[in-house]
Design a protein around this ligand. Structure first.
Ligand SMILES: Nc1ncnc2c1ncn2[C@@H]1O[C@H](COP(=O)(O)OP(=O)(O)OP(=O)(O)O)[C@@H](O)[C@H]1O
Ligand SMILES: [Mg+2]
Length: 284
């Protein structure tokens, strides 16, 4: 079940986080006090920087569409560093404080060298990387399932974490996500990818697009079903931007037979979870 704390946090983050292409918001009247916890999510589709206070409450954040990572792996280093640095600069101007440390993440199953690449981007952008956590586990820092499965349907991949008694006992990641939704729409309507992407994220267009996206959602469901075989799963929490698609939870629930829900603003959950992992005790 969604907790009130989760709902409050994502709703607050949606108000405070800023889409980079929008006009820059006014600076804060006073800098936030105390230690700041920062999460940098180098997603396949969205680059997100989340800033929380010591109580894990959202302070501010930025996100933008960027193609610097593919299936969770950084493919454009220079681009990724530039974008993270400019997001960091804008946030610092806004809050009147420097961001010195950050945590980041990686899709489960990614080789160690690639995981390290993520921390190099964070460090080259001017922050000490205090830790890296796999994405669905990061999401559960905020979702706080005791027993169930976190499914992070992002842009490039679907990440899965099985949680038993509050502990992540199994993780997996497979290459199906929102980029595939957009490709299917582009193919079906014979339009460029960018146009399909814009069409897809418009909630008023989603009911009409549903018939072409349903098989992709069923593919996601089949991936989930395969990975959770043998586990007792009372509920599925869907996070990641693509979970916001019309009737996504319904399709997963119907296919798996397991109660499934999506919090509001699901794209913000994993980046916030990464920031929650930016622990003061890691600041040596
Ligand atoms: N309202 C919406 N409805 C459907 N899809 C959406 C919506 N908003 C965003 N998306 C899609 O969500 C994806 C981005 O989500 P998210 O930020 O979780 O992915 P990511 O972290 O960049 O990717 P990954 O985790 O696979 O590396 C994009 O494919 C985007 O088109
Ligand atoms: Mg992601």
């Amino acid at each position: 079940m969604q907790s009130l704390a989760l709902l409050e946090t994502v709703n607050r983050a949606a108000e405070l986080f800023h889409w980079v292409a929008d006009p820059e918001p006014a600076p804060f009247d006073n800098p936030p006090q105390g230690r700041l916890k920062v999460g940098v999510d180098l997603g396949t589709a969205y680059l997100t920087v989340a800033v929380l206070d010591e109580q894990d409450q959202p302070v501010t954040g930025e996100y933008q569409f960027a193609q610097v990572a593919r299936d969770g792996l950084v493919v454009d280093f220079v681009g990724a560093i530039d974008l993270v640095r400019s997001m960091k600069d804008r946030i610092e101007r806004r809050i009147g404080r420097e961001l010195t440390h950050a945590a980041s993440g990686y899709p489960p199953g990614v080789p160690g060298v690639e995981v390290q690449a993520t921390s190099h981007v964070v460090e080259a952008a001017g922050m000490i990387c205090t830790g890296l956590i796999d994405e669905p586990t990061a999401a559960n820092a905020l979702v706080k399932l005791e027993n169930g499965v976190i499914v992070d349907v992002g842009g490039g991949t679907t990440g899965i974490a099985v949680v038993e008694n509050g502990q992540v006992v199994y993780t997996a990641d497979e290459a199906t996500g929102g980029t595939h939704f957009s490709l299917v729409i582009a193919g079906a309507h014979n339009i460029p990818f960018e146009e399909a992407e814009t069409l897809k994220i418009d909630p008023s267009r989603q009911p009409v697009l549903f018939p072409v996206i349903k098989p992709v959602l069923e593919k996601v469901a089949s991936i989930v079903a395969r990975h959770i075989e043998g586990y007792q799963v009372p509920e599925i929490a869907l996070v990641g931007g693509s979970s916001a698609f019309y009737r996504a939870a319904e399709v997963i629930e119907e296919y798996t037979g397991i109660p499934t829900w999506v919090p509001p603003h699901p794209a913000l959950v994993t980046p916030i979870g990464m920031a929650m992992n930016n622990n003061p005790e890691d600041y040596a």
